[in-house]
Design a protein around this ligand. Sequence first.
Ligand SMILES: *Cc1c(COP(=O)(O)O)cnc(C)c1O
Length: 381
Amino acid sequence: MLDLKLQFQGMREEILAAVTEVLESQRLILGPRVAELETQIASLTGVRHAVGCASGSDAILLALAACGVTGGAKVVTSPFSFFASAGSIAHAGGRPLFCDIEPDTFNMDPRLLAAALSSEVRAALPVHLFGQCADMDPILAACGARGIPVVEDAAQAIGATYRGSNGGGPERRAGSMGRAGCISFFPSKNLGGAGDGGMVTTGDDELAARLRLLRVHGGRKMYHHEQIGWNSRLDELQAAVLLVKLGRLATWSEARAQRAGFYDRLFNESGLPSRGLVTPPVIKPGRGHIFHQYTIRAQRRDSLREHLESAGIATGVYYPVPLHLQECFRPLGYAKGDFPQSERACEEVLSLPVYPELTEQAQRTVVGAISSFYGLATQRA
Ligand SMILES: *Cc1c(COP(=O)(O)O)cnc(C)c1O
């Protein structure tokens, strides 16, 4: 799905030098490299503050806690996401409340969100799934009207852009639109470290100060604690590696989008979409999709996946089980049928390899193997 060894080979000397420098300095946690990374991520996102922490999951936890989510507070999110979107709500002491997705983008449906808002809802957590921003304007409007803070789960969307529902407004970046945005540096993300890491972005000075407290056990002064926080800090080693990679992120995102466009072309030539066998990803107008994943819908998805596997092609199913049907959330009282679009997506989605080093030849092989599964010949050799 992703060849990180190939990526490392292309930047080996720079990364080893950066890591060696950290080890020589023995400044290991929340030092100058973390501060530099925070400055650069804030600038990339277009906000005043970025606060490093231990993971993307913790970024969500800290952001929700800093927005005042505590015991029993309801937080609305998408049931079609990585587990952490809902898991971190629960860790903050909140109660996940789900609302279904738009079938084309797989993101939270703003109309269903508006219908789910009640006086008990303390925050909304839209997810920018696969690297495309959710339709933020109507989400912000619905929440703003009720004074509900919006925290963006931008774990998969660093650098993704949004220009409003019809694509004609000013360009904004993922993580800059809500009260806070949450980024993950998990190694397989578009900007991945050499281990876990995360960051919260915000334009709110007070919120940033609260986040800086909460990540160090809630104490401004050593051994004096105003609040019960967490140990969730970012390492200098991670920041050093991420700073090297950050310089390449724009080029990588462009390369991913170029490869996505090439898949689109191959699929159109294959005749699979017009026969309803495969649905390529839909990009809404004005959205800068960074293609963390290139995710299709496919008829007989599981058999197709096996066919590809036996041809040596790795694929991913993100995600096979919607969050409202996870065993651990049974106490929330949801049942099968509650969120039909999310449930259908879980049965149909298939993510294909997409990364900057992926070759055209490999992409032709992937689409050729999909065509042969459905009994269609590829048009080109
Ligand atoms: C990866 C991811 C997270 C969690 O990030 P970690 O760094 O793995 O903790 C949260 N939400 C989404 C949508 C993700 O993809």
